[in-house]
Design a protein around this ligand. Structure first.
Ligand code: MF3
Ligand code: CO
Length: 295
């Protein structure tokens, strides 16, 4: 017996999406299509993961701040600056625009942004003791709340003269995200997308972190589904119009093995000390393909 993700509804009742239309004139066909995939054994989203037009407007307004904050960091970042100064820019710019940094106090996280340098894979904690130096590659991962709507994206910054092999890692990781985006096609699988990301990293001699990935995002910071970038075609959740999730692979120059800093309980490093890069975008699945909400 299949336990379906979505309950059957009275065809004449108002649609679950809040459009005010009768279900039979709104999402009934959509739900039927999902059910057909489910009967074939697919993992499918339940209704809580489908954003309404109103949700999407809210997420876009949040993303406007998210993007502006990263633009501001990009215009100010330089060698000799501390990562605390980046945190200050993120906090001040976010608050000035009416938002809240989603990272701050999230599960006890102490700062407003993550700044992960070189062999730091993710969750680097800003500090007045950490100074950016010539040749560093740094990921700035920024998450924003506005009126209860969440946005999440990150970018890499190359500080001064970066070794060409490190610059290539940064560039290929960005290509991985672009290739992933091209595979965000409704009624195909997250595993199709994740596999395309993985393959491009492998083709360049890199590895992809397995234990940490992307996530649904919008009404909460981290929603279902978990989004892997080491997944196989035809596996993982079906991508359905209205879903919003992040594409954020962590690509390592060397081994995919990582460890957590036991001192702070947050920061993740590569085991071999080689660099890691990450870019993150937040994407909406549409009827015809996708729309990038934050980057
Ligand atoms: N922004 C990260 C993500 O992409 C999450 C950071 S959580 C924090 O999902 F607490 F470390 F900030
Ligand atoms: Co994220």
């Amino acid at each position: 017996m299949i336990k379906f993700a979505n309950e059957k509804m009275d065809r004449n009742a108002p649609c679950w999406c809040g459009s005010g239309k009768k279900y039979k004139h709104c999402h009934e066909a959509f739900d039927e299509k999902i059910r057909e995939f489910e009967l074939k054994g697919a993992v499918v989203p339940d209704r809580s993961l489908i954003k309404t037009p109103r949700d999407i407007e809210g997420i876009k307004a949040s993303a406007k701040i998210n993007i502006a904050v990263l633009d501001e960091v990009g215009s100010k970042i330089h060698a000799g600056m501390t990562t605390q100064e980046i945190d200050d820019i993120v906090y001040n710019t976010t608050v000035k625009m009416g938002g809240i940094p989603a990272d701050l106090h999230y599960e006890g996280y102490p700062k407003s942004v993550c700044t992960s340098i070189n062999d730091q894979v993710c969750h680097g904690i800003p500090s007045k003791d950490v100074v950016l130096k010539d040749g560093d590659i740094v990921n700035v991962d920024c998450s924003t709340i506005l009126n209860g709507f969440f946005s999440d994206s990150s970018r890499m910054f190359c500080i001064g003269n970066v070794d060409p092999s490190w610059k290539k890692l940064v560039d290929v990781t960005k290509e991985c995200v672009q290739i992933g985006l091209e595979h965000v096609i409704p009624w195909t699988y997250l595993g199709d997308m994740g596999n395309a990301v993985h393959q491009h990293a492998l083709d360049n001699g890199y590895s992809v972190v397995r234990e940490i990935g992307g996530h649904g995002c919008g009404l909460e910071f981290h929603e279902d589904p978990y989004v892997s970038y080491v997944s196989l075609p035809g596996t993982e959740m079906l991508m359905v119009p209205g879903m919003v999730f992040t594409i954020e692979p962590m690509v390592n120059m060397g081994t995919d093995e990582i460890f957590q800093d036991e001192g702070n309980g947050w920061s993740i490093y590569t085991v071999d000390g080689k660099p890691s890069a990450q870019w993150e975008i937040q994407v909406l699945v549409t009827e015809t393909g996708h729309e990038v909400l934050s980057y």
